[in-house]
Ligand binder design. Structure first.
Ligand SMILES: Cc1cc2nc3c(=O)[nH]c(=O)nc-3n(C[C@H](O)[C@H](O)[C@H](O)COP(=O)(O)OP(=O)(O)OC[C@H]3O[C@@H](n4cnc5c(N)ncnc54)[C@H](O)[C@@H]3O)c2cc1C
Length: 348
């Protein structure tokens, strides 16, 4: 029997750990390297919302992503005896009358019945938040508690493969050799740090800063996640995570007074309460203008590959996309054309 293929993965945020898990499940030898500067996956609220409220549409490929991610996260919870994945009801407080009409229109469409509870009298009269135009509740929404998820995933990986805690300096890579060991394939999952990658750094991965607050509130509901202008995710003990901001072209995970002000201003459209701010965090999302991730091989160095650009929805996209990516690398299964890296190389 030949030796298993060896893969080196650079970056152990959500993307890197998902790719590592998929490869290890296929019996591949995996080394994962991370420098611990995780500034996105660990900051994320981990919300998985099947709807896009702005246009009242379904999120891209949600019918495929949801069943897969439910299996993926619950299986990992069972295997690591951890708890990080849960269902949550998102209550959208409509921003204007028309939004309520859009909802009413969609709720009777079979395409949406998995994702919308029909509006009830109680939703229209909802009084636990400022309610100007009624509200609707989202079905099949979930949250991943980012820190315990990443810890559990890394523990699972270290029991089956290797994790190194260091920065991969690009000159240390000699073709596919790293520190004297030869790998069949390198996978770059560097989040916005991809900007300085010599092979993939020209791809349009936009560093989009986001800030969140953890607050304490006496009046906000703890049984649902409110949403209008911002999300309010209950954490228990009258604490909530709220956010987030979007600042393009900002590769710095620094909190700011402007960010805090913006989030609190947005919250004031849901509650008049003067909440207490307990914590303030910032991260940088790897975002693509066309809102599709970037997956595939380098055109001139086919052993160098990329899995990046998860944007604002990584916790929904990464489980199934990492599976499709690994099948692409191992058995040449075709990738969804919308995520292929080649879309940026056409015409060059
Ligand atoms: C404020 C905020 C809120 C968010 N909320 C949500 C949400 O509710 N739901 C959702 O689905 N998504 C959310 N996201 C988005 C989500 O966090 C991202 O889609 C996802 O985490 C991106 O993961 P990644 O692994 O690609 O990148 P990262 O998390 O940035 O991980 C990259 C890793 O690679 C390491 N690295 C980079 N270069 C090297 C190198 N040369 N050597 C060694 N290590 C290296 C970095 O240190 C880092 O650990 C949010 C993001 C932010 C900032």
């Amino acid at each position: 029997m030949s030796d298993p293929k060896k893969f080196l993965i650079v970056g152990a945020g959500l993307s890197g750990v998902c790719v590592a898990i998929q490869l290890l499940r296929e019996g591949i030898d995996v080394t994962l390297v991370d420098d611990g500067k995780n500034e996105s996956s660990v900051i994320a609220a981990g919300m998985i919302n099947p709807l896009v409220f702005r246009r009242m549409t379904k999120s891209w490929r949600v019918d495929e992503f949801l069943p897969y991610l439910i299996d993926f996260y619950t299986k990992l919870e069972l295997e690591t005896s951890a708890s990080f994945f849960s269902e949550v009801v998102i209550r959208r407080l409509f921003s204007h009358e028309q939004e309520g009409d859009f909802w009413l229109d969609k709720q009777s469409n079979s395409e949406f019945e998995n994702y919308m509870f029909p509006i009830s009298e109680e939703d229209t009269q909802y009084a636990k938040a400022i309610n100007l135009f009624g509200s609707g509740r989202v079905k099949n929404a979930f949250t991943v508690d980012a820190r315990p998820f990443l810890e559990s995933a890394k523990k699972w990986i270290s029991e089956r493969g290797s994790i190194l805690f260091e920065t991969v300096d690009y000159p240390q890579l000699d073709e596919t050799c790293y520190k004297g060991i030869k790998y069949d394939t390198l996978v770059f999952c560097e989040g916005y740090h991809n900007l300085s990658n010599p092979w993939f750094g020209d791809l349009p991965i936009n560093p989009t800063k986001g800030e969140t607050l953890t607050i304490s509130s006496e009046n906000l509901p703890e049984d649902e996640s409110l949403n209008r202008k911002c999300f309010v995710l209950p954490l228990g003990n009258k604490q909530f995570k709220i956010g987030s901001t979007y600042v393009w072209e900002t590769p710095k995970a620094e909190t700011s007074e402007d960010g805090k002000k913006e989030i609190l201003e947005n919250l004031s459209h849901l509650t008049p309460e003067n909440v207490i701010v307990l914590d303030h965090e910032a991260g940088v999302r790897p975002t693509i203008r066309d809102r599709r991730p970037i997956l595939g091989r380098h055109p001139n160095h086919p052993n160098y590959t990329i899995f990046n650009g998860m944007g604002a929805k990584g916790y929904m996209l990464a489980p199934l996309l990492s599976r499709e990516f690994v099948l692409h690398l191992l058995i040449d299964q075709k990738l969804d054309p919308e995520v292929r890296v080649e879309r940026f190389y056409l015409g060059r």
